[in-house]
Write a protein that binds this ligand. Structure first.
Ligand code: HEC
Length: 168
C-alpha cells in the first residue's frame, strides 16, 4: 500500500515536470519569435518605380499573371501582412528580391528577361509559382497554365523585352 502511494506520487511529480518542461519550451519559443523580429532583414518592402510595364492585352491573362506571378516578377508587389512577421518576412523578401532579378514585367525594357521557352517551361512544369506561394494564393489549373502561356507568348511577340538573358 505504501509502495503504491509512493509510485503514484512519483508519477504525479513526473507529469508535473513534463507540464513544466512544455511550458518552458513554449516560453522559449515565444521568446525566440519575439527576438527574431529584431533582425532587420525582410522589412524592405520597396516597390521601385515602374520603368516600362510589359503589355498584356488579354484581361484574363492579366488576372492570372497578377494572381500567380506579379508579386515576385514586377514592381507592383502586394505585401501581405505576414511579410511583416519573421520568419515569413525573410522568405517573402528573398523570393521577391530574387524573382525580380530574373524576370520583371515592370522593367521590361531595362533589364534582360528570360526567353519565352524558359517561361513556358517554368509554368508547364509547375515550378512557377513556387509551391509555398500556391499553398497560400492558390495554384494554376491546367487550363490556367494554357491561357497564361498563350498570353505571355503573345506579349513576347507584340511587346518584346529589351533583351533576353542568357540563362545561368
Ligand atoms: C513567390 C515568388 C514568386 C512567384 C509568385 C513566381 N516566381 Fe518565378 N521566380 C521566383 C524566384 C525566387 C526565382 C528564381 C529562383 C528559381 O528559379 O527558382 C524565379 C524564377 C523564375 C523564372 C526563371 C528565370 C531564369 O532565367 O532563371 C521564370 C521564367 C519565372 N520565375 C516565371 C514565373 C512565372 C511565369 C510565374 C507565375 C506563374 C512566377 N514565376 C511566379 C519567384 C517567384
Amino acid at each position: 500500500m505504501k509502495n503504491e502511494i509512493r509510485m503514484g506520487m512519483v508519477s504525479a511529480i513526473k507529469e508535473a515536470s513534463w507540464g513544466r518542461r512544455l511550458l518552458w519550451l513554449a516560453l522559449v519559443l515565444v521568446g525566440l519569435l519575439v527576438l527574431i523580429q529584431l533582425v532587420p532583414y525582410g522589412r524592405d518592402h520597396a516597390n521601385p518605380p515602374v520603368q516600362a510595364q510589359a503589355k498584356i492585352a488579354n484581361p484574363e491573362v492579366q488576372k492570372l499573371w497578377d494572381k500567380s506571378c506579379a508579386d515576385c516578377h514586377s514592381n507592383l508587389t502586394t505585401w501581405p501582412w505576414y511579410s511583416n512577421v519573421a520568419p515569413m518576412s525573410w522568405l517573402v523578401q528573398n523570393h521577391v528580391d530574387e524573382g525580380r532579378t530574373k524576370m520583371n514585367l515592370s522593367e521590361w525594357q531595362t533589364m534582360p528577361q528570360p526567353d519565352i521557352g524558359e517561361v513556358r517551361g517554368q509554368i508547364d512544369s509547375g515550378e512557377m509559382p513556387p509551391w509555398n506561394y500556391s499553398l497560400i494564393h492558390g495554384g494554376l489549373s491546367a487550363q490556367d497554365k494554357k491561357v497564361l502561356i498563350a498570353g505571355l507568348t503573345a506579349t513576347y511577340r507584340r511587346d518584346p523585352p529589351g533583351s533576353i538573358s542568357r540563362g545561368d
